[in-house]
Design a protein around this ligand. Structure first.
Ligand code: SF4
Length: 222
């Protein structure tokens, strides 16, 4: 066996090294969340709930637990602690008065805005990449997120590629190839959203067609 062959064998499969790199990023995110949360007298889960509610509006405990992929018991404990800190309140829902909806207080909104900046260090690191690489990374991450959510391993994200308003390559050959029917405007690949508040899940057939159309024409290096 040559030294190169040994080196390549010891490196292991490419997919495993990619997973390792992603897990390092995940570790950094957890550390940053713990530091940010501790400085505000919160836990990372409490911070995530505040950010979730600021992005999704009043929600039930079940919606929060499903959205953050945590158990109802974990969500319930964190919600009780946040309510005791007067960062959220529980209100009877409409039209179902039996359901309790969690709503941020004004203080909760301010804490949510601070907690939303915890992953900012990652955006700073990504901003150092050339724009073409940022676009490529976005497309790759959208593929990975879609694959994970199709397998039920993460909650669905509010991405353009799964949205009923998304028209991939409706303006093929232009700088803004995609179209958003909601605002009736074209937009470029770099502006694909991964957490759009206006997202509406596309019906199954349309979702599959849109995904295939985007995959087929989205530009990836050979
Ligand atoms: S509504 Fe939002 S998620 Fe849907 S296509 Fe328009 S920008 Fe994308």
């Amino acid at each position: 066996m040559t030294r190169t062959e040994r080196l390549e064998r010891e490196a292991g499969p490419l997919s495993e090294r990619l997973a390792h790199a992603l897990s390092r990023i995940s570790l950094a995110l957890r550390h940053q969340a713990q530091r940010g949360a501790a400085a505000r007298g919160l836990t990372p889960t409490q911070g995530e709930i505040l950010v979730w509610l600021s992005r999704h509006g009043p929600s039930t405990l079940g919606e929060v637990a499903r959205g953050l992929a945590i158990t109802p018991a974990t969500a319930s404990d964190a919600v009780e602690a946040l309510a005791a800190k007067k960062l959220l309140r529980k209100q009877r829902g409409r039209p179902d008065a039996r359901s309790l909806r969690l709503t941020l207080t004004a203080r909760g909104q301010r804490e949510a805005a601070r907690a939303a900046t915890w992953p900012g260090f990652l955006a700073e690191a990504a901003a150092l990449l050339p724009e073409a690489e940022q676009r490529l990374l976005l497309a790759v991450l959208i593929r990975i997120v879609k694959s994970l959510q199709d397998r039920g391993q993460i909650p669905p994200a509010r991405m353009c590629v799964t949205c009923t308003y998304f028209r991939p390559f409706a303006h093929a050959g232009t700088a803004r190839p995609h179209h958003c029917d909601l605002v009736d405007a074209p937009f470029g690949e770099a502006y694909l959203r991964v957490d759009c508040p206006e997202h509406q899940p596309a019906p199954e057939g349309l979702a599959a067609d849109n995904w295939e159309a985007w995959l087929a024409r989205s530009s990836f290096p050979e």
